[in-house]
Design a protein. Structure first.
Length: 96
């Protein structure tokens, strides 16, 4: 289910959490955990957007400085020609 944690281990961990925090605190813990995950996802997406914007800006800055280079494609290698030797037929001599 969760890697090496089985169903029984998960139930045991949830039971211990229930004992430690009590039934009244569990909704608050769940809400806090949900907000933390939502904030983390938001910050990751914002960081990706900022990084993409910075990368686009760097490319725009580098474009006028670098002349456009025309790269030639190398010629493809010549095709491989395989020659199959013809079978040699031995001359048969007949005794008459």
């Amino acid at each position: 289910m969760f890697g090496s944690i089985g169903f029984t281990e998960l139930i045991l961990v949830l039971f211990i959490v229930l004992i430690i925090f009590g039934a009244g605190k569990l909704p608050q813990l769940g809400e806090g955990l949900g907000k933390a995950i939502k904030g983390f996802k938001k910050s990751v997406h914002e960081a990706e957007a900022i990084e993409a914007e910075a990368q686009a800006q760097n490319q725009a800055d580098m474009a006028p400085q670098m002349p456009q280079q025309v790269t030639e494609q190398p010629a493809p290698p010549p095709p491989i020609q395989m020659s199959i030797p013809e079978p040699q037929v031995a001359a048969q001599t007949s005794k008459a």
